[in-house]
Design a protein around this ligand. Structure first.
Ligand code: GLP
Length: 241
């Protein structure tokens, strides 16, 4: 794993955006694996600025997102589809037909998950997958468990994640208890992975991820098994390593 420790959130965002921008420039029809949460917002802002400056063209780019709450409607302002439209898709010239976010309204979640995995396969995997990290070391919505599911699946959120994500909802009770998420094997279909961490509240998770031990109890630690991972981490998130 390559580790870049940067000064702060803005520097992390710029570095991540530069990696994605290079991929888009070199391969205009690349497949971007995208993530939500507070962490990648700055990266999306940088990409939008590059697009507005005429440096980037998203017209042939395809995308797949990591996860989505379940059930949730795409026009709920807390859905990850809404997030992606707001922070990136509505602001650049990507064709929405080429964007994939798990369907929070799928009638049969298991059938949908199999289809989503097929979509990833048909795209030939991701050129890059962006990840954030949960306070408990989760990636996507792969929560710490003794066993993990490899492919896209329906999962139950842990109390820690519900509590962490409650800040976006009116109350904790409004946070969906389930989600659809790529599994670890789906994430590993990416040829490159960029994982972002910012802030002291991620320091414990970053420390466990980099401890040298691999455990499903810290899903992010499994990334050590992938051949091309870059961690971009600010000083605060790296402070316990
Ligand atoms: C959420 C998402 C993850 C995200 C993580 C961290 O629950 N499912 O994909 O990486 O938690 O979120 P944030 O960046 O807001 O800290």
């Amino acid at each position: 794993m390559k580790i870049h420790v940067v000064e702060n959130y803005d520097e992390m965002s710029r570095e991540a955006a530069d990696i994605l921008a290079d991929i888009v420039k070199n391969k205009p029809d690349c497949v971007l694996g995208l993530a939500t949460g507070d962490t990648p917002i700055g990266m999306y802002e940088c990409l939008v600025r590059m697009y507005e400056a005429g440096e980037l063209d998203f017209s042939a780019v395809r995308s797949v997102n990591l996860d989505e709450y379940y059930p949730i409607s795409p026009d709920n302002d807390q859905s990850y589809r809404y997030f992606m439209n707001k922070h990136l898709f509505d602001k650049v010239n990507i064709d929405k037909a080429n964007t994939n976010v798990p369907n929070g309204r799928a009638e049969d979640a298991d059938v949908f998950c199999r289809e989503y995995e097929n979509t990833i396969n048909k795209l030939g995997g991701m050129d890059v997958q962006v990840l954030g990290i949960g306070r408990n070391g989760h990636i996507g919505f792969n929560e710490p468990e003794t066993e993990l599911k490899p492919y896209t699946h329906l999962t139950e959120l842990t109390e820690s994640t519900i509590e962490a994500n409650a800040r976006f909802f009116e109350s904790e009770a409004d946070v969906p208890k389930h989600a659809l998420t790529m599994g670890i094997r789906s994430i590993f279909k990416a040829r490159n992975i960029v994982i972002l961490a910012s802030g002291v509240e991620k320091a414990e998770a970053v420390k466990t991820m980099l401890s040298g031990n691999i455990s499903t109890l810290c899903p992010a630690s499994l990334l050590c098994l992938h051949p091309s991972v870059t961690l971009i981490c600010d000083k605060a998130a790296y402070s316990l390593v």
